[in-house]
Design a protein around this ligand. Structure first.
Ligand SMILES: *Cc1c(COP(=O)(O)O)cnc(C)c1O
Length: 374
Protein backbone atom coordinates (compact mmCIF):
# COMPACT_ATOMS: atom_id res chain seq x y z
CA UNK A 1 0.00 0.00 0.00
CA UNK A 2 1.23 3.49 -0.85
CA UNK A 3 0.76 6.57 1.34
CA UNK A 4 -0.05 8.55 -1.79
CA UNK A 5 -0.11 6.37 -4.91
CA UNK A 6 1.29 8.43 -7.78
CA UNK A 7 1.96 5.30 -9.82
CA UNK A 8 -1.70 4.25 -9.86
CA UNK A 9 -2.61 7.69 -11.14
CA UNK A 10 0.10 7.59 -13.82
CA UNK A 11 -0.99 4.11 -14.97
CA UNK A 12 -4.53 5.34 -15.44
CA UNK A 13 -3.54 8.48 -17.42
CA UNK A 14 -0.28 7.21 -18.97
CA UNK A 15 -1.38 7.57 -22.58
CA UNK A 16 -2.57 11.17 -22.23
CA UNK A 17 0.36 12.25 -20.04
CA UNK A 18 2.95 10.68 -22.35
CA UNK A 19 1.35 12.36 -25.37
CA UNK A 20 1.30 15.73 -23.59
CA UNK A 21 4.98 15.44 -22.68
CA UNK A 22 5.93 14.26 -26.16
CA UNK A 23 4.14 17.15 -27.78
CA UNK A 24 6.24 19.61 -25.74
CA UNK A 25 9.40 17.67 -26.71
CA UNK A 26 8.43 17.86 -30.39
CA UNK A 27 7.67 21.58 -30.18
CA UNK A 28 11.03 22.24 -28.40
CA UNK A 29 9.40 25.21 -26.62
CA UNK A 30 10.43 24.23 -23.11
CA UNK A 31 9.86 27.59 -21.45
CA UNK A 32 6.48 29.33 -21.35
CA UNK A 33 4.24 28.96 -24.37
CA UNK A 34 0.59 28.06 -24.70
CA UNK A 35 0.68 25.08 -22.30
CA UNK A 36 1.51 27.46 -19.46
CA UNK A 37 -0.92 30.22 -20.41
CA UNK A 38 -3.78 27.77 -21.06
CA UNK A 39 -3.23 26.10 -17.70
CA UNK A 40 -3.22 29.50 -15.95
CA UNK A 41 -6.51 30.40 -17.63
CA UNK A 42 -8.11 27.08 -16.67
CA UNK A 43 -7.00 27.32 -13.04
CA UNK A 44 -8.12 30.96 -12.67
CA UNK A 45 -11.52 30.05 -14.08
CA UNK A 46 -11.89 27.05 -11.76
CA UNK A 47 -10.84 28.96 -8.65
CA UNK A 48 -12.86 32.03 -9.65
CA UNK A 49 -10.10 34.66 -9.60
CA UNK A 50 -9.15 37.14 -12.30
CA UNK A 51 -5.47 36.14 -12.36
CA UNK A 52 -3.47 32.95 -12.02
CA UNK A 53 0.30 33.38 -12.29
CA UNK A 54 2.33 30.19 -12.37
CA UNK A 55 5.82 29.96 -10.88
CA UNK A 56 8.52 27.48 -9.87
CA UNK A 57 7.07 26.15 -6.60
CA UNK A 58 4.74 26.98 -3.71
CA UNK A 59 7.49 28.56 -1.62
CA UNK A 60 8.35 30.99 -4.44
CA UNK A 61 4.65 31.74 -4.84
CA UNK A 62 4.44 32.81 -1.18
CA UNK A 63 7.68 34.75 -1.44
CA UNK A 64 6.64 36.62 -4.59
CA UNK A 65 3.48 37.90 -2.89
CA UNK A 66 5.34 38.97 0.23
CA UNK A 67 7.97 40.70 -1.98
CA UNK A 68 5.27 42.45 -4.02
CA UNK A 69 3.61 43.71 -0.84
CA UNK A 70 6.95 45.18 0.24
CA UNK A 71 6.94 43.29 3.55
CA UNK A 72 10.26 43.96 5.23
CA UNK A 73 12.27 44.20 8.43
CA UNK A 74 10.18 45.48 11.31
CA UNK A 75 6.94 44.04 9.93
CA UNK A 76 4.95 41.31 11.68
CA UNK A 77 3.24 38.56 9.67
CA UNK A 78 0.88 36.21 11.51
CA UNK A 79 1.36 32.54 10.63
CA UNK A 80 -0.10 29.36 12.15
CA UNK A 81 2.26 27.45 14.46
CA UNK A 82 1.13 24.14 12.95
CA UNK A 83 2.18 24.14 9.29
CA UNK A 84 4.96 23.28 6.86
CA UNK A 85 8.10 25.35 7.46
CA UNK A 86 7.84 27.39 4.22
CA UNK A 87 4.88 29.45 5.51
CA UNK A 88 7.03 31.08 8.18
CA UNK A 89 10.34 30.74 6.36
CA UNK A 90 9.51 33.15 3.54
CA UNK A 91 8.51 35.84 6.05
CA UNK A 92 11.88 35.59 7.82
CA UNK A 93 13.64 35.28 4.45
CA UNK A 94 12.36 38.76 3.55
CA UNK A 95 13.66 40.08 6.88
CA UNK A 96 10.21 40.40 8.49
CA UNK A 97 9.14 38.59 11.67
CA UNK A 98 6.76 35.64 11.61
CA UNK A 99 4.47 35.77 14.64
CA UNK A 100 3.20 32.26 15.27
CA UNK A 101 -0.40 31.73 16.28
CA UNK A 102 -1.83 28.58 17.86
CA UNK A 103 -4.42 26.56 15.94
CA UNK A 104 -7.97 25.40 16.55
CA UNK A 105 -8.05 22.00 18.23
CA UNK A 106 -10.85 20.71 15.99
CA UNK A 107 -9.88 21.98 12.51
CA UNK A 108 -6.07 22.29 13.12
CA UNK A 109 -6.25 25.64 11.25
CA UNK A 110 -5.24 29.06 12.64
CA UNK A 111 -7.50 29.98 15.59
CA UNK A 112 -9.18 33.35 14.84
CA UNK A 113 -9.58 34.23 18.55
CA UNK A 114 -5.93 33.57 19.30
CA UNK A 115 -5.02 35.42 16.10
CA UNK A 116 -6.75 38.56 17.33
CA UNK A 117 -5.10 38.26 20.76
CA UNK A 118 -1.68 37.90 19.10
CA UNK A 119 -2.31 40.96 16.91
CA UNK A 120 -3.29 42.99 19.99
CA UNK A 121 -0.23 41.74 21.88
CA UNK A 122 2.04 42.71 18.97
CA UNK A 123 0.52 46.20 18.77
CA UNK A 124 0.86 46.65 22.54
CA UNK A 125 4.51 45.60 22.54
CA UNK A 126 5.13 48.20 19.86
CA UNK A 127 8.25 46.58 18.38
CA UNK A 128 6.78 45.39 15.08
CA UNK A 129 4.24 46.73 12.59
CA UNK A 130 1.49 44.19 11.87
CA UNK A 131 1.17 43.84 8.08
CA UNK A 132 -0.33 40.53 7.01
CA UNK A 133 -1.83 37.17 7.94
CA UNK A 134 -0.92 33.95 6.15
CA UNK A 135 -3.60 31.39 7.04
CA UNK A 136 -2.92 27.83 5.86
CA UNK A 137 -5.53 25.42 4.43
CA UNK A 138 -4.07 22.54 6.40
CA UNK A 139 -4.49 19.00 5.05
CA UNK A 140 -6.94 20.32 2.41
CA UNK A 141 -9.40 22.13 4.69
CA UNK A 142 -9.81 25.88 4.06
CA UNK A 143 -8.98 28.06 7.08
CA UNK A 144 -11.78 30.06 8.73
CA UNK A 145 -11.71 32.92 6.18
CA UNK A 146 -15.03 34.48 7.18
CA UNK A 147 -13.60 35.24 10.65
CA UNK A 148 -10.02 35.89 9.48
CA UNK A 149 -11.17 38.42 6.88
CA UNK A 150 -13.16 40.31 9.56
CA UNK A 151 -10.09 40.53 11.78
CA UNK A 152 -7.90 41.57 8.84
CA UNK A 153 -10.30 44.40 8.06
CA UNK A 154 -10.46 45.54 11.68
CA UNK A 155 -6.65 45.78 11.97
CA UNK A 156 -6.01 46.76 8.33
CA UNK A 157 -3.94 43.65 7.50
CA UNK A 158 -3.41 41.88 4.19
CA UNK A 159 -4.40 38.21 3.90
CA UNK A 160 -2.38 35.69 1.89
CA UNK A 161 -4.06 32.28 1.66
CA UNK A 162 -1.46 29.48 1.78
CA UNK A 163 -3.43 26.94 -0.23
CA UNK A 164 -0.39 24.72 -0.96
CA UNK A 165 -2.39 21.79 0.46
CA UNK A 166 -5.78 23.32 -0.13
CA UNK A 167 -6.46 23.35 -3.88
CA UNK A 168 -9.98 22.01 -4.47
CA UNK A 169 -11.38 22.92 -1.05
CA UNK A 170 -14.40 25.18 -0.61
CA UNK A 171 -16.37 27.26 1.87
CA UNK A 172 -20.04 27.50 0.90
CA UNK A 173 -19.20 26.99 -2.78
CA UNK A 174 -16.39 29.57 -2.81
CA UNK A 175 -13.20 27.81 -3.86
CA UNK A 176 -9.90 27.62 -2.01
CA UNK A 177 -7.24 29.92 -3.50
CA UNK A 178 -9.84 32.67 -3.92
CA UNK A 179 -9.75 33.94 -0.30
CA UNK A 180 -7.91 36.96 1.04
CA UNK A 181 -6.05 39.52 -1.04
CA UNK A 182 -3.97 36.86 -2.75
CA UNK A 183 -3.58 33.09 -2.54
CA UNK A 184 -1.03 30.51 -3.56
CA UNK A 185 -0.89 26.80 -4.26
CA UNK A 186 1.84 24.21 -4.81
CA UNK A 187 2.05 21.51 -7.49
CA UNK A 188 4.60 19.42 -5.55
CA UNK A 189 3.79 15.81 -6.55
CA UNK A 190 2.09 14.84 -3.26
CA UNK A 191 -0.22 17.89 -3.07
CA UNK A 192 -3.89 17.56 -4.09
CA UNK A 193 -3.06 18.74 -7.64
CA UNK A 194 0.55 17.73 -8.20
CA UNK A 195 2.87 17.72 -11.20
CA UNK A 196 5.95 15.56 -11.89
CA UNK A 197 8.46 17.89 -10.29
CA UNK A 198 8.10 21.34 -8.77
CA UNK A 199 5.50 23.97 -9.57
CA UNK A 200 3.34 26.61 -7.96
CA UNK A 201 0.85 29.38 -8.67
CA UNK A 202 -0.47 32.68 -7.30
CA UNK A 203 -4.13 33.72 -7.52
CA UNK A 204 -5.55 37.22 -7.10
CA UNK A 205 -8.19 39.64 -8.32
CA UNK A 206 -5.83 42.58 -7.86
CA UNK A 207 -4.61 43.81 -11.29
CA UNK A 208 -1.72 45.89 -9.89
CA UNK A 209 -0.48 43.04 -7.70
CA UNK A 210 -0.69 40.61 -10.65
CA UNK A 211 1.31 42.99 -12.87
CA UNK A 212 3.96 43.46 -10.19
CA UNK A 213 4.31 39.70 -9.58
CA UNK A 214 4.59 39.05 -13.33
CA UNK A 215 7.52 41.47 -13.35
CA UNK A 216 9.15 40.15 -10.16
CA UNK A 217 9.09 36.53 -11.37
CA UNK A 218 11.01 37.50 -14.55
CA UNK A 219 14.01 39.40 -13.12
CA UNK A 220 11.94 42.52 -12.42
CA UNK A 221 11.21 42.98 -16.11
CA UNK A 222 9.80 46.19 -17.57
CA UNK A 223 8.71 46.02 -21.19
CA UNK A 224 10.63 42.75 -21.64
CA UNK A 225 13.12 40.41 -19.97
CA UNK A 226 16.06 42.63 -21.01
CA UNK A 227 14.53 45.81 -19.63
CA UNK A 228 14.85 45.47 -15.86
CA UNK A 229 13.09 48.02 -13.69
CA UNK A 230 13.34 46.34 -10.28
CA UNK A 231 15.17 43.49 -8.54
CA UNK A 232 13.29 40.25 -9.01
CA UNK A 233 13.89 36.51 -9.27
CA UNK A 234 13.60 33.78 -11.90
CA UNK A 235 10.60 31.62 -11.08
CA UNK A 236 8.72 29.78 -13.81
CA UNK A 237 6.59 26.68 -14.18
CA UNK A 238 8.21 24.41 -16.80
CA UNK A 239 6.22 23.86 -19.99
CA UNK A 240 6.43 20.07 -19.55
CA UNK A 241 4.98 20.39 -16.05
CA UNK A 242 2.17 22.61 -17.36
CA UNK A 243 1.34 20.01 -20.02
CA UNK A 244 1.22 17.25 -17.38
CA UNK A 245 -0.87 19.42 -15.08
CA UNK A 246 -3.48 20.03 -17.79
CA UNK A 247 -4.12 16.27 -17.97
CA UNK A 248 -4.06 15.87 -14.19
CA UNK A 249 -6.30 18.88 -13.59
CA UNK A 250 -8.98 17.24 -15.72
CA UNK A 251 -8.74 14.04 -13.67
CA UNK A 252 -8.81 16.11 -10.47
CA UNK A 253 -12.06 17.82 -11.45
CA UNK A 254 -13.63 14.74 -13.10
CA UNK A 255 -13.31 12.34 -10.20
CA UNK A 256 -10.26 12.63 -7.91
CA UNK A 257 -11.69 15.25 -5.59
CA UNK A 258 -14.89 13.22 -5.16
CA UNK A 259 -12.88 10.03 -4.67
CA UNK A 260 -10.85 11.38 -1.74
CA UNK A 261 -14.08 12.61 -0.16
CA UNK A 262 -15.62 9.16 -0.61
CA UNK A 263 -12.58 7.60 1.10
CA UNK A 264 -12.83 10.15 3.91
CA UNK A 265 -16.34 8.84 4.63
CA UNK A 266 -15.19 5.21 4.46
CA UNK A 267 -12.44 5.92 7.01
CA UNK A 268 -14.79 7.92 9.23
CA UNK A 269 -17.41 5.16 9.43
CA UNK A 270 -14.78 2.66 10.53
CA UNK A 271 -12.89 4.90 12.96
CA UNK A 272 -15.34 7.41 14.44
CA UNK A 273 -16.04 5.45 17.63
CA UNK A 274 -12.39 4.76 18.51
CA UNK A 275 -10.17 7.75 17.57
CA UNK A 276 -10.61 11.46 16.83
CA UNK A 277 -11.38 11.70 13.11
CA UNK A 278 -11.05 14.80 10.89
CA UNK A 279 -13.90 17.26 11.38
CA UNK A 280 -15.11 19.21 8.34
CA UNK A 281 -17.25 22.14 9.60
CA UNK A 282 -20.69 22.78 8.12
CA UNK A 283 -20.42 24.42 4.68
CA UNK A 284 -16.74 23.45 4.27
CA UNK A 285 -15.30 21.00 1.74
CA UNK A 286 -11.80 19.53 1.99
CA UNK A 287 -9.52 18.33 -0.80
CA UNK A 288 -7.98 15.89 1.69
CA UNK A 289 -4.30 16.40 1.10
CA UNK A 290 -4.14 14.30 4.29
CA UNK A 291 -6.51 12.18 6.36
CA UNK A 292 -5.24 12.80 9.88
CA UNK A 293 -6.44 11.19 13.08
CA UNK A 294 -5.66 12.18 16.65
CA UNK A 295 -4.64 9.65 19.30
CA UNK A 296 -4.76 9.99 23.09
CA UNK A 297 -1.04 10.32 23.74
CA UNK A 298 2.36 10.33 22.09
CA UNK A 299 2.95 6.77 23.31
CA UNK A 300 -0.31 5.58 21.73
CA UNK A 301 0.41 7.45 18.47
CA UNK A 302 3.97 6.17 18.17
CA UNK A 303 2.83 2.65 19.09
CA UNK A 304 0.14 2.71 16.41
CA UNK A 305 2.56 3.97 13.79
CA UNK A 306 4.96 1.10 14.61
CA UNK A 307 2.08 -1.40 14.45
CA UNK A 308 0.95 -0.10 11.05
CA UNK A 309 4.51 -0.29 9.76
CA UNK A 310 4.75 -3.91 10.90
CA UNK A 311 1.70 -4.64 8.74
CA UNK A 312 3.22 -2.86 5.73
CA UNK A 313 0.99 0.22 6.08
CA UNK A 314 2.72 3.60 5.65
CA UNK A 315 1.71 6.54 7.82
CA UNK A 316 3.22 9.98 8.40
CA UNK A 317 3.46 12.52 11.21
CA UNK A 318 2.55 15.98 9.91
CA UNK A 319 3.98 17.76 11.87
CA UNK A 320 6.42 16.50 14.46
CA UNK A 321 7.51 19.97 15.55
CA UNK A 322 5.66 23.27 15.98
CA UNK A 323 7.05 26.21 14.00
CA UNK A 324 8.09 28.00 17.19
CA UNK A 325 10.32 25.06 18.16
CA UNK A 326 12.22 24.93 14.86
CA UNK A 327 15.94 25.51 15.27
CA UNK A 328 15.86 28.25 12.66
CA UNK A 329 13.76 30.37 15.06
CA UNK A 330 15.80 29.52 18.15
CA UNK A 331 16.80 33.15 18.70
CA UNK A 332 13.19 34.27 19.04
CA UNK A 333 11.35 34.24 22.38
CA UNK A 334 8.12 32.29 22.80
CA UNK A 335 5.70 31.59 25.60
CA UNK A 336 4.77 27.89 25.55
CA UNK A 337 1.35 28.79 27.01
CA UNK A 338 0.56 30.44 23.65
CA UNK A 339 0.92 27.10 21.82
CA UNK A 340 -0.92 24.52 23.91
CA UNK A 341 -2.93 23.06 21.02
CA UNK A 342 -0.07 22.84 18.52
CA UNK A 343 2.25 21.29 21.12
CA UNK A 344 -0.37 18.62 21.76
CA UNK A 345 -1.13 17.98 18.07
CA UNK A 346 2.54 17.40 17.26
CA UNK A 347 2.53 14.56 19.81
CA UNK A 348 -0.78 12.96 18.88
CA UNK A 349 -1.57 13.28 15.15
CA UNK A 350 -1.08 10.56 12.56
CA UNK A 351 -1.82 10.81 8.83
CA UNK A 352 -3.08 7.64 7.15
CA UNK A 353 -2.76 6.57 3.49
CA UNK A 354 -4.99 8.90 1.46
CA UNK A 355 -5.32 9.34 -2.30
CA UNK A 356 -7.99 8.97 -5.00
CA UNK A 357 -6.86 5.46 -5.96
CA UNK A 358 -7.09 3.90 -2.50
CA UNK A 359 -9.52 0.95 -2.52
CA UNK A 360 -12.20 0.02 -0.01
CA UNK A 361 -10.10 -3.06 0.87
CA UNK A 362 -7.11 -0.83 1.62
CA UNK A 363 -9.24 1.27 3.96
CA UNK A 364 -10.55 -1.90 5.65
CA UNK A 365 -7.03 -3.18 6.14
CA UNK A 366 -5.79 0.07 7.70
CA UNK A 367 -8.83 0.39 9.96
CA UNK A 368 -8.62 -3.23 11.11
CA UNK A 369 -5.06 -2.67 12.39
CA UNK A 370 -6.11 0.57 14.12
CA UNK A 371 -9.16 -1.04 15.75
CA UNK A 372 -7.12 -3.96 17.03
CA UNK A 373 -4.45 -1.65 18.39
CA UNK A 374 -6.73 0.89 20.04
C1 LIG B 1 4.14 22.26 0.45
C2 LIG B 1 3.86 23.50 1.16
C3 LIG B 1 4.46 24.72 0.81
C4 LIG B 1 5.59 24.83 -0.17
O1 LIG B 1 5.34 24.34 -1.44
P1 LIG B 1 6.57 23.86 -2.38
O2 LIG B 1 5.96 23.72 -3.72
O3 LIG B 1 7.09 22.58 -1.81
O4 LIG B 1 7.60 24.96 -2.34
C5 LIG B 1 4.06 25.87 1.47
N1 LIG B 1 3.12 25.82 2.42
C6 LIG B 1 2.52 24.68 2.80
C7 LIG B 1 1.47 24.71 3.85
C8 LIG B 1 2.88 23.47 2.20
O5 LIG B 1 2.29 22.34 2.58
Amino acid sequence: MQFRDLRAQYSRYKEEIDLAVESVMQSTSFIGGKEVSELEEQLAEYVGTKHCISCANGTDALMLVVMAWGIKEGDAVFVPDFTFFATGEIVAFRGATPVFVDVDKVTFNIDPEKLELMIQKTIKEGQLTPKAIIPVDLFGLPANYPEIEKIAKKYNLLVLEDGAQGFGGQIKGKKACSFGDAAITSFFPAKPLGCYGDGGAIFTNDDDLAALIKSLKVHGKGTDKYDNVRIGVNSRLDTIQAAILKVKFKAFVDHELEDVNRIYHLYNERLKDIVEIPVIPEGYYSSFAQYTIKLESKAQRDGLQAKLKEQGIPSMIYYNKPMHKQGAFADMKFDEDDYVVTNNLCDTVLSLPMHPYLTGEDVDKVCKVIREFV
